[in-house]
Write a new protein. Structure first.
Length: 474
């Protein structure tokens, strides 16, 4: 008998609401913190490099520890890890709001992010384990909508909160929400869970994964400022590669792996996660580049650019629940394939625009990219999770989160790098200095076109992976 039968329909609805609100909670936190970085730097009289460690700490901690917590959830129960993570996140949020120095804020941010690394993959695992298959896609669609709403609302509220309450005010929002979620989780989530076949923890594997992922993310984030040939960047890549090799050997040999390697022998799981990597890669790179494109090439002020960038977020909010329902009816494969095809078209449109093209010509790409990511995420999430055994849903959810995080890191590092390289090449061919090149909309437009064309190639790779990832048959 499936585990979801222990919940009646009313509790299933409460679970969907709980999972969606917790996703909303960490997405609005991430958005608000990023928007508040200039205020935090000004308050502590810190450099941009120092304050940039705040979002970097988030990426490092969440990505490098989520696999351990996914395994722990499979062993001791998703509810226990979920509730514990919420408690850590809420207490960390409170202490961040009263941090006296930037270094203490960084330490508390690490503590807070450990909580997020615990509860965010468990939210997906709970949905997959405790809900019937007929409504899982709908639940994941609502979670994707909540995530889009969190990012969207964070962008809207961030400026006002900083103006009236200061940067500390950005942490106040999640404290009452988090307390309510803890109470609701304790009362509504059943404790019963199918036990994992392997109840031991591979701590050596966890340490190797932590080192490999941390070194890799730090190196990728440092490329734009230090360059590929920098000794620190090369050393971090070397450390990451060596520890990754040792990690794979450890997971193959140990009887209690933290990562179940046979998951990747399932071609549908591997192709589905590969397509997710490609989509998050291009989307995060696009969202990063568009404000600069609109301002530097099109001459649009940042307020107007911010309003334009609300379009993709609104499309995610509208289409994610629709895609979730459709994936329950028709399967995920076709929806994921169509979504990536739309993303490819969006990048093609952007790559064909010239510096003098009318501003309304960018609208179709904004709409298409928003619809695509909103449709892809819930369908792809479901496609990945149904490939994993029922006693390894926490691990599979952690893998999915790592794939998304690393894809986003790649997008934020690689697409801007392609842009910069193209601008340098254009400036050299025209025999002008970089200061002049940065003030030339035509040269900058050529750089952005190169980045968008590279993004289109990544989309095409993702399209192939999505078409190859089959839905699991009953």
């Amino acid at each position: 008998m499936d585990d979801y039968t222990i919940m009646d329909s009313a509790r299933q609805k409460w679970l969907i609401a709980l999972a969606s609100i917790t996703v909303f909670m960490f997405s609005i936190d991430y958005s608000l913190v990023n928007i508040s970085l200039p205020s935090i730097a000004k308050y502590f009289t810190a450099t941009i490099a120092h304050v940039s460690m705040v979002p970097l700490a988030y990426l490092l901690v969440v990505t490098s520890t989520v696999l351990l917590f996914g395994k722990l959830g499979d062993i001791i129960g998703y509810k226990k890890i979920f509730v514990t993570g919420l408690v850590i996140f809420v207490t960390g949020t409170f202490f961040c709001s009263i941090a006296p120095t930037l270094n203490i804020l960084l330490g508390l941010r690490v503590y807070q992010c450990i909580g997020e690394a615990m509860f965010s993959p468990m939210a997906i695992a709970l949905v997959m384990v405790l809900l019937p298959p007929s409504i899982r896609g709908r639940a994941l669609g609502l979670m994707a909508t909540a995530q889009g709403a969190g990012f969207c609302l964070g962008s809207l509220l961030g400026g006002g909160i900083n103006n009236y309450l200061g940067w500390r005010g950005i942490f106040y929002i999640n404290i009452p929400i988090g307390i309510c979620m803890i109470v609701l989780a304790v009362k509504m989530i059943p404790s019963k869970q199918r036990q994992a076949a392997d109840s031991r923890i591979d701590f050596i594997g966890a340490i190797l994964a932590f080192i490999s992922l941390s070194a890799f993310i730090y190196a990728i984030n440092s490329i734009s400022s230090l360059g590929l040939r920098n000794q620190s960047v090369i050393l971090c890549f070397l450390i990451s590669a060596i520890t990754l090799f040792l990690f794979v050997l450890q997971e193959i040999r140990t009887p209690n792996p933290i990562l179940h390697m046979p998951l990747f022998l399932n071609r549908d799981f591997t192709f589905a996660t590969a397509s997710a990597f490609c989509v998050v890669f291009v989307y995060m790179g696009l969202i990063f580049l568009l404000p600069f494109y609109l301002n530097m090439v099109r001459g649009i002020n940042m307020m107007s650019a911010g309003l334009l960038l609300m379009i993709p977020a609104l499309m995610v909010i509208i289409f994610a629940p629709i895609a979730g329902i459709l994936s329950d009816r028709f399967g995920s494969r076709v929806i994921c394939t169509i979504a990536i095809a739309m993303t490819t078209i969006a990048f093609f449109i952007l790559s064909r625009l010239a510096a003098g093209s009318p501003i309304h010509s960018i609208m179709p790409s904004l709409v298409l990219s928003g619809i695509a990511i909103g449709s892809f995420l819930p369908a792809n999430n479901k496609l990945v999770m149904i490939q994993a055994p029922s006693d390894k849903q926490g691990m599979a959810s952690a893998v999915y989160k790592i794939i998304n995080s690393t894809g986003g890191v790649f997008g934020l590092a690689v697409l801007p790098l392609v842009l910069i390289k193209k601008v340098y090449a254009q400036a050299e061919s025209m025999h002008i200095n970089m200061a002049s090149a940065k003030n030339s909309p035509e040269i900058l437009a050529a750089g952005f076109d190169a980045a968008f064309k590279f993004g289109m190639l990544v989309c095409l790779a993702g399209l192939i992976f999505a078409a190859l990832a089959r839905d699991k048959k009953p």
